[in-house]
Design a protein around this ligand. Structure first.
Ligand code: PLP
Length: 410
């Protein structure tokens, strides 16, 4: 690693502890180097127990777990699936893998997750929808009471994308346990990592069995390779599981460290025209995977984003996301824009998009023309920034990050 890399303040990079190597070595020495072995069994048991669901199926990635969840939920070609708009593309793409049609649902301002009122509207406009995919953004639980109620009333299946929110709680229950299926990721920048990997959570033994079978090429119980349904190579490797197994005991510590980072930012920015990514402090406990800021409208300097480029201008006492990202880069710190809303991605620009007061597609152009309020997801994207949230960042390093951001508003 170069000096520049070793001193860089990262957004969120893997934090290793040593036990990972022991379990990886165990896999190596026992020659269980493939998709069977003690590490896989151990992480499945540990995770199911920790989050409080009956079954956990270890997979190659969070995206694989979302894909299998779509299949288990019965998504078929042409089916409309209601889905978070403000999220990473991996929440949505698996709907397309199955030929489904993502219908994007706007977010709210209290948690930046799917707006229950917009979800209700989406069922009204798309009554045939039977599946909802809900992401818990940046480790903050969505408004689960309301979402679960709406999903139930419409007799739909809820899939939780808990890729970013492992360990986060809502009314004392872990995210990933509210839907029929929960999906976790162990990608390199997540709260804990396996270098890659994912987990499908559910309470239905038959469904868990199906997912495990599909993930290992759908081999039937026969003396030869017998195939009666479509299979995938989606199983977690026992080597990856060794890394996850070494990380699991540190999950709580990682969450503590992330919370400390979040609280420091919040305190340091209290007098600036910005706020931190919000959560329902009375009922939810985020894992604070990423700390993000939102610039008050009145303190937003001019900034225009094209499809690939951005222009911004400084203004006294004001700043903008890319001005802040450039300031962070100037001290060798890594920030990131908020996820660009899915409804505005060229890939998904023709898909339906629903706001709490109706069809977003019909409204967006009119809103823009009138210069009025934009959909919440676009607004958060326009004013928000993901801040360095790496738990190896020292208080001194975070102090530098805070100073350079404060300067942006001078
Ligand atoms: C990381 C992530 C995924 C995908 O997980 P992988 O393990 O990288 O496949 C899915 N959804 C969200 C919201 C994520 O942040």
């Amino acid at each position: 690693m170069s000096k520049e890399e070793s001193e860089k303040i990262w957004l969120s990079s893997p934090t290793m502890h040593g036990e990972e190597m022991e379990y990886v070595l165990e896999a190596y020495q026992s020659n269980w180097m493939s998709t069977l072995g003690a590490n896989i069994d151990a992480v499945e048991d540990w995770l199911a127990d920790y989050v409080g669901c009956k079954y956990a199926v270890a997979l190659a990635s969070g995206t694989a777990s979302l894909h299998l969840a779509m299949k288990l939920a019965g998504v078929k070609p042409g089916d409309e699936v209601l889905c978070s708009d403000l999220t990473f593309s991996a929440t949505v793409n698996p709907i397309e893998y199955e030929g489904g049609i993502p219908v994007f649902v706007d977010c709210e301002y209290e948690t930046w997750n799917m707006d229950p009122l917009a979800l209700e509207k989406a069922f009204e406009l798309h009554p045939s929808a039977k599946v909802v995919v809900l992401a818990h953004l940046y480790g903050t639980p969505a408004k689960l009471d309301e979402i679960v109620e709406v999903v139930r009333r419409h007799d739909a299946v809820l899939i939780e994308d808990a890729a970013e929110s492992l360990g986060a709680q809502y009314r004392g229950t872990q995210t990933g346990c509210f839907g029929k299926y929960g999906c976790v990721s162990f990608n390199g920048n997540k709260i804990i990592t396996g270098s890659s990997g994912g987990m499908l959570l559910c309470d239905d033994g038959e469904k868990a069995f199906k997912a495990r079978k599909w993930s290992t090429q759908s081999r039937e119980d026969a003396p030869w390779y017998q195939h009666e349904e479509l299979g995938y190579n989606y199983r977690m490797s026992n080597v990856v599981a060794g890394v996850v197994r070494g990380q699991l005991p540190h999950l709580r510590d990682h969450i503590e460290a992330k919370k400390t980072i979040f609280d420091r930012y919040r305190a340091a920015f209290a007098d600036l025209p910005i706020s931190m990514n919000p959560y329902e402090s009375d009922i939810s406990m985020p894992n604070h995977w990423l700390s993000c800021l939102l610039i008050d409208e009145a303190a937003l300097a001019p900034e225009v984003r094209g499809e690939r480029e951005v222009l911004y201008r400084s203004a006294c006492g004001k700043s903008s996301p890319h001005a802040i990202l450039d300031a962070l880069a100037s001290i060798n710190a890594e920030g990131r824009p908020i996820w660009k809303p899915m409804h505005s991605q060229p890939l998904y620009r023709n898909n339906p998009f629903v706001l709490r007061d109706g069809n977003g597609r019909a409204r967006t152009s009119a809103y823009a023309a009138a210069g009025a309020v934009s959909p919440a997801s676009e607004d958060v994207f326009r004013r928000g920034v993901c801040l360095p949230s790496d738990i190896k960042m020292s208080a001194e390093q975070q102090g530098k990050v805070i100073d350079v951001i404060r300067k942006c508003f001078e």
